[in-house]
Write a protein that binds this ligand. Structure first.
Ligand SMILES: [Zn+2]
Length: 146
């Protein structure tokens, strides 16, 4: 899968963006480790907090189809300057594939490439949810005290 093809898929995803409030249309194309492509777009809502970014739309589509290991994601906007993923999307990328490549591109053909872990240093990881007792080697048996 060429990088140009992935960016083109993200541009196609952008065409479906639902952004009546910000007017900023974003597209994404996610490539799984097996080479399957999932596109996404931003989806805004009148209740702003319910809006969803293109990156997470693509990732959640993939996860809902059983794919959780990702090679890379291309994100495309029309903005002349580089457009970076928000913190929530970076966290979701790290959750599944910290080493995935993140390509930020615009419709004018500029792009930059990063690793997901470069974009979110010191991430909150699933291991943070393990109980302290589990880390000490008592996995699965949280002991009662007293
Ligand atoms: Zn986001």
């Amino acid at each position: 899968m060429s990088l140009d093809f992935l960016i083109h898929a993200a541009r196609r995803g952008r065409e479906k963006a639902y952004a009546p409030y910000s007017g900023v249309k974003v597209g994404a194309a996610l490539e799984t480790e097996g080479g399957k492509i999932f596109s996404g777009c931003n989806i805004e809502n009148a209740s702003y907090g319910l809006s969803n970014c293109a990156e997470r739309t693509a990732i959640y589509k993939a996860v809902s189809e059983g794919f959780t290991r990702f090679k890379r994601i291309a994100i495309v906007t029309k903005k002349p300057e580089t457009f970076y993923p928000c913190g929530a999307c970076r966290q979701v990328m790290i959750q599944f594939s910290p080493d995935m490549e993140v390509i930020v591109a615009n419709t004018q053909g500029k792009h930059k490439l990063f690793k997901a872990r470069e974009l979110l240093p010191h991430p909150f990881l699933p291991k943070e949810l393990l109980a302290d007792e589990t880390r000490k080697g008592t996995k699965g048996s949280l002991q009662k005290t007293g």
